[in-house]
Design a protein around this ligand. Structure first.
Ligand SMILES: *Cc1c(COP(=O)(O)O)cnc(C)c1O
Length: 218
């Protein structure tokens, strides 16, 4: 668990360039509360049930980000309170978020996830699917979802040139649509590569192990 001095140093490094989302998946309530007490308000979770449980036990002014792969049939559980859904990778999912947001009387902010990594296993749209999905969204005229930008995960590798190239690619795609669509969030960068991501134009970093310690030695 990070201490106050190192947390403040991290906040200073990130500065006003990006928003820090503290990724608290698998981490206990006490750790989240400790970071909250240092001033952190944006937290990210990957699993719906875990997010719902934690949200009921922690202060109401936490902004909860859903950063995992969201299944259509689980949208209803987080729709009443989720702050930002990072990983939208199909029109079908977006339409369900719209429906559940309307039911909850809200507009839910979302990011479209783009596949930028080499690995086959990572979710996300390719360049053409992104264009097609945006067209579908426009045609359907969804009212209770607002797309604010893009999210991506770089390859899991020590090759920082590759990671940089992937971030650059995502930033270029983001810039292509940003002005016309009034986008303002580019979510990229994790513990290992958040500084690189910010250099490459990230406005939101999702940092877990650097704040909470490794998830494998709990
Ligand atoms: C777990 C996770 C993170 C945080 O990873 P760290 O390497 O612990 O910083 C960021 N983004 C997503 C989508 C994640 O699943």
């Amino acid at each position: 668990m990070i201490d106050a001095a190192n947390y403040n140093a991290l906040i200073n490094t990130i500065g006003s360039k990006a928003i820090l989302v503290a990724v608290s998946k698998t981490k206990p309530i006490e750790d989240i509360k400790a970071l909250y007490d240092l001033g952190q308000r944006d937290f990210g979770e990957n699993y719906v049930q875990e997010l719902v449980e934690k949200s009921t036990l922690l202060p109401a002014d936490i902004r909860w980000h859903f950063i995992g792969h969201l299944q259509t049939n689980k949208v209803k559980f987080i729709a009443p309170f989720v702050h930002l859904v990072h990983g939208v990778d199909s029109f079908k999912l977006l339409r369900e978020i719209d429906k559940q947001a309307a039911r909850a009387g809200r507009v839910i902010d979302c990011l479209l996830q783009v596949h930028i990594a080499r690995e086959e296993t990572k979710f996300g749209l390719d360049e053409n699917e992104l264009a097609a999905t945006l067209e579908e969204i426009d045609r359907a005229g969804v009212k209770n979802v607002r797309v604010r930008g893009l999210m991506g995960m770089a390859s899991f590798t020590r090759d920082m040139d590759l990671v940089r190239a992937e971030f650059r690619f995502l930033h270029r795609l983001y810039d292509q649509y940003k002005t016309a669509r009034d986008w303002d969030i580019l979510s990229m960068g994790m513990s290992a590569d958040y500084q690189l991501a910010i250099q490459e134009g990230s406005t939101m970093v999702r940092v877990g192990s650097l704040l909470f310690g490794s998830r494998f030695q709990n």
